[in-house]
Design a protein around this ligand. Structure first.
Ligand code: G6P
Length: 629
């Protein structure tokens, strides 16, 4: 939630910041703003709406300068208004701050500052932090700290007082933050800090950057330093210093990131979501490439950092995630129990972090997260680690916080996912969970022949996905028939039950139609009351162990005049007699069906949302990376 960027160098800061904000827009898009430093003066521009609205404002009221900070907001405290947009200023009007996170004790801090005569103009927690930093800065000035000299030098020493003021303020803060701070009198430095919210430093030649994520700066540099919690960085054009909040020096590790700038372009697709749906065959391939051993009928996942003996000793697994990643975890539970016979539990991260569940010694915890930054998933990982459990991650974003904090894990290699609604990373997660289940199974009861059979079939999935994608236009025609509906049911059983949940989530997220995912038989205990001629039910009714059961559930809906859209196996003529519309998909073994059945549901949601005129890449109220509780 919220994206922040900072730039200090020799080029046009407004251009670089605006371009970076466009890349970060998926993190929040209700308002945006920037502050440019120019000859000891601030130029502040803030606007409700999208980055394009901020760009329009900048065309009317241009700014120039070679240093500054910017922000794209997802509101937590205070509605999206120009006033509440970041950057926020302190009492002196000389300090500007952008913030991602939540200052939980903002009310107490505000009262303290109000008592000292501070005046606030917004309803945000962030403005309180700006004032608090300003208050400490003023205190340092009153003590005659030489480092408060105006524009003292061009290096990071110029910012010593600002850094110190930030440090003192953050010690008073309870909550999470990724921040970037500038001072009009110290135009040669930007100060950044993080706790809980992501922040990285981009190291360039004669220029340096701060950003919530690497996509914002990748066009300029590949050399990054991922800041850790409680670290503060002071950036100058040609220098940077990292220290802890306790003022201990830190030797930062500069990493080269692999990331092609073109990967964050839409190319020939009208939306990132559609591009990413179509990238799934490649994403699945990238997830299993080099990880399959046909000879041994098993998978190789080197990054787990666990010996075969340690993996063999696991007698329970907990899979955690949020949103779409949680649905992947649910499929993972089926895979792990079916193929590896390991009792497996899934938990949504926000619940499990506060639930004091008993967890035995040989339990392995897996966090599944595209971004690797979802605050609840991260907090759950930390809680399990604190209790001494091994935690592993299935993560897409290399170098993200979860990836860095877990004991080991597997990267998805799905490439950047920009559409807010997750698609290709979901099927990538399913692929890795399949590999994991085969690996764990082969250490237990799974025969080599069965392992080989599953893995060979997994290698066929990309080709089969391509065949489903070719039906996009036919699915659009079905979407047209049903796009006026106010409510949908998604029904399936067994392996496909989590896909019913995912299909409903996709539709809700991007088309704002109410949708419920349910186990097909369980619908008789409630949702069947919703069935009427205006409420379509989407059934996943592929050829598998529960085919006949699902067919019977379809009859129950038809008997109540509910329209039925079925996702069925190619060659199934029977289903045509029952369903109003059928989307045929290639056949595969039961445990791999979710990889295919989800694709038509993603396309259905996409086309319905387009027909309803929704912004599929940036659905209202949502953000791609949820870094607040
Ligand atoms: C947000 C996104 C979802 C995503 C979820 C978990 O809600 O809109 O698409 O599934 O966060 O994100 P993660 O990065 O942890 O997979």
């Amino acid at each position: 939630m919220c994206g922040i960027i900072g730039y200090i160098g020799t080029k046009s800061a407004p251009n670089i910041i605006l371009e970076g904000l466009r890349r970060l827009e998926y993190r929040g898009y209700d308002s945006a703003g920037l502050c440019i430093l120019n000859n000891g003066k601030f130029e502040l521009r803030k606007k409700t709406g999208r980055i394009n609205d901020l760009a329009a404002l900048l065309r009317q009221q241009p700014v120039t300068g070679t240093a500054g900070i910017g922000h794209t907001r997802w509101a937590t405290h205070g509605p999206p208004t120009d006033q509440n947009a970041h950057p926020h200023l302190d009492q002196s009007g000389k300090i500007a701050l952008v913030h991602n996170g939540v200052i939980e004790n903002h009310q107490q801090l505000k009262e303290r500052l109000l008592a000292k005569g501070h005046k606030f103009v917004s309803q945000t927690d962030t403005e309180v932090l700006a004032h608090l930093i300003g208050d400490y800065y003023a205190e340092l000035q009153n003590c005659g700290s030489p480092d408060t000299r105006v524009g003292a030098t061009t290096s990071t020493t110029d910012g010593a007082a600002l850094t110190e003021a930030v440090r003192r303020a953050l010690k008073d803060v309870v909550g999470t933050y990724g921040i970037a701070v500038v001072h009009a009198d110290h135009p040669n430095v930007i100060v950044g800090a993080r706790r809980g919210s992501p922040l990285l430093l981009g190291v360039g030649r004669d220029e340096n950057f701060l950003a919530s994520d690497v996509s914002a700066i990748i066009a300029h540099t590949r050399r990054v330093v991922y800041l850790n919690d409680f670290e503060i960085v002071t950036l100058a054009r040609d220098d940077f210093q990292v220290s802890t909040i306790e003022a201990a020096a830190v030797s930062p590790q500069i990493r080269e990131v692999e990331f092609a700038a073109e990967e964050v372009e839409r190319g020939k697709f009208p939306h990132f979501m559609l591009k990413e749906i179509f990238e799934q065959p490649r994403a699945v391939e990238n997830a299993f490439r080099g990880r399959i051993s046909h000879q041994e009928g098993t998978a190789r996942l080197g990054g787990l950092n666990l010996t075969p003996a340690e993996l063999r000793a696991v007698d329970r697994m907990i899979l955690i995630g949020c949103g779409t990643a949680l649905h992947a975890a649910m499929v993972g539970e089926f895979l792990m129990e079916d193929l590896a016979r390991i009792p497996t539990e899934i938990d949504c991260a926000s619940e499990c972090r506060y639930r004091n569940a008993p967890v035995e010694k040989n339990t392995l915890v897996f966090a599944i997260s595209q971004s690797g930054e979802t605050i609840d998933s991260l907090a759950a990982v930390r809680e399990f680690r604190r209790k001494g459990h091994k935690t592993l991650g299935i993560v897409n974003v290399v170098g993200s916080t979860i990836a860095r904090e877990v004991d080991g894990g597997t990267y998805m290699h799905a490439g950047p996912e920009i559409g807010v609604a997750a698609t290709k990373t979901f099927t990538s997660q399913l692929t890795i969970l399949t590999l994991l289940a085969v690996l764990m199974g082969r250490m237990r009861h799974l025969a080599a022949t069965r392992g080989t059979e599953i893995l060979k079939e997994l290698e066929q999935i990309p080709g089969k996905m391509e065949r489903i994608l070719q039906q996009s236009a036919a699915i659009a025609a079905i979407a047209k028939k049903y796009c006026e509906a106010n409510s949908f049911l998604f029904l399936a059983r067994q392996y496909n039950f989590p896909i019913a949940l995912e299909g409903a989530l996709k539709l809700k997220e991007i088309s704002y139609i109410h949708a419920e995912g349910y186990p097909a038989a369980e619908m008789k205990h409630g949702p069947i009351a919703l069935v009427d001629p205006r409420t379509p039910s989407v059934f996943i009714c592929t050829k598998n162990a529960v085919y006949d059961k699902v067919m019977a559930n379809i009859e129950e809906v038809k008997a109540r005049k509910g329209p039925v859209i079925a996702v069925a196996s190619e060659g199934d003529e029977e289903i045509r007699k029952k369903a109003d519309d059928v989307i045929y998909i290639p056949d595969t073994i039961d445990c791999l069906q979710p990889l295919l059945t989800v694709v038509p549901l993603q396309l259905l949601a996409y086309h319905i949302a387009i027909l309803r005129g929704c912004d599929v890449d940036k659905p209202r109220n949502l953000a791609k990376s949820v870094t607040v509780e």
